[in-house]
Design a protein around this ligand. Structure first.
Ligand code: NAP
Ligand code: F7E
Length: 344
């Protein structure tokens, strides 16, 4: 039986990856950190599985990583833990660097030490991000595109990427970074733009008096489906040779397009836009105000256009995204419509 450790198992990707590995017959150790109230809603359905083991830990505490390694004796280690919300990284840049950047180094050091002292080998996956490309120096972005991060989060991910590569090259470790473009799902946190849109529009469609307040409608992202993307993480670690891979759909859409599509799926009709810039407003088919702009959602430095080129992953891993942009929006709207109705 193969054993894997997942840090960040309570998050969107961690929960899907845990499901995938359990289905493949793995024993999965999920690292969770202490919270004053329960935050395990994404993995509660897995806790009855005897092959799913939860252990307390924190990637800023190397000893906690070592304890889990010694108990689990894994063959794969997926480091998904991060302070992953970009705006928060301007509010708490040092904290973000400690978790999202130095946390990677602590995992790598713990794995290196474990390997040296036990003689066992571990395959290490680092959750990299398209935010490493930031103010992209070429379009589309591939594994050779230079990095130009635009937030403390992006900088921390670049640090994690270089450390992972250096541990691979210096210590001959099987360690790689998946450079994943945005991927979404009904399990996405509510503050990220896609889920904020689908959840708020579902509330509006359900008769709640609320307005969707957004920032930059023109920002463009390459959005895929998280379930497709965790498969790519696993596929990367099944290769003979450790290599970094870009995982993306190769398609880009604006925040505006996402809102328009989501409104249609939520039964609010075609949005009519009026006004310009921060005064722009969106109305549903009954001329009810449903979208407005709030300056506070603009960022100090924006990443205007991210578009990935997943050719290497297609060729070498045989991976390709299965879920289209339209399907993704539909899945998310449907799930939020059901969730809101359940809550009522
Ligand atoms: P997420 O939902 O925000 O999950 C982050 C996870 O990290 C949560 O389980 C969180 O635990 C945990 N965590 C935070 N700080 C920690 C610490 N100090 N020690 C241990 N665990 C900690 O993120 P996601 O969307 O699943 O993304 C997974 C990874 O991929 C992250 O590294 C993210 O930066 C990266 N990434 C995501 C995307 C994307 O589009 N989703 C794209 C590229 C890269 P709590 O539940 O306790 O907060
Ligand atoms: O923003 C614009 C905003 O917060 C997307 C993380 O998983 O993917 C994610 O980072 C875009 C930005 O994701 C609002 O300005 C407009 O241009 O959903 P987001 P992100 O910053 O791209 C990368 C790959 C990661 O690695 C990260 O961990 O949408 N936008 N209005 C808004 N964004 C938010 N959050 N809220 C708004 O109201």
């Amino acid at each position: 039986m193969k054993t894997a450790i997942i840090t960040g198992v309570t998050g969107q990707d961690g929960s899907y990856l845990a499901e995938l590995l359990l289905k493949k017959g793995y024993k999965v150790y999920g690292m969770i950190r202490r919270a004053s109230t329960s935050n395990t809603s994404r993995i509660d359905h897995l806790t009855d599985n005897p092959n799913f083991i939860i252990r307390k830990g924190d990637v800023t505490d190397r000893s906690s990583i070592e304890h889990i390694l010694l108990e689990a004796e894994p063959c794969e280690f997926y480091n998904l833990a991060a302070q992953s919300f970009v705006p928060e990284s301007w509010t708490n840049p040092v904290y973000t660097s400690e978790v999202t950047g130095i946390g990677v180094l602590k995992c790598l050091e713990a794995v290196r030490y474990y390997q040296e002292h036990t003689g066992r080998k571990i395959k290490f996956y680092q959750a990299g991000s398209s935010e490493q490309f930031g103010k992209a120096l070429e379009v589309p972005q591939n594994e050779n595109t230079p990095f130009y991060p635009r937030s403390p989060y992006g900088v921390a991910k670049v640090f994690g990427y270089h450390m992972t590569r250096n541990y691979r090259e210096s210590y001959n470790m099987y360690a790689l970074t998946g450079i994943l473009f945005n991927h979404e799902s009904p399990r996405r946190g509510l503050e990220f733009v896609t889920r904020k849109i689908t959840h708020t529009l579902a509330r509006i469609a359900n008769g709640e008096e609320t307005i969707l307040e957004l920032g930059n409608l023109e920002a463009r992202r390459d959005w895929g489906y998280a379930k497709d993307y965790v498969k790519a993480m696993w596929m990367m670690l099944q290769q003979e040779e450790p290599k970094d891979y870009v995982i993306a759909t190769g398609e880009t859409h604006s925040v505006r397009e996402f809102v328009e599509k989501a409104a249609e799926y939520a039964g609010l009709g075609k949005i009519k836009w009026k006004g310009k810039g921060t005064n722009e407003k969106g109305y549903d088919e009954n001329n009810k105000l449903i979208v407005k702009i709030n300056k506070k959602y603009y960022r100090p430095a924006e990443v205007d256009l991210l578009l990935g080129d997943p050719s290497r992953a297609k060729k070498e891993l045989g991976w390709k995204p299965k879920t289209s942009f339209d399907e993704l929006v539909k899945i998310m709207v449907k799930a939020d419509m059901e969730l809101i109705k359940l809550k009522k």
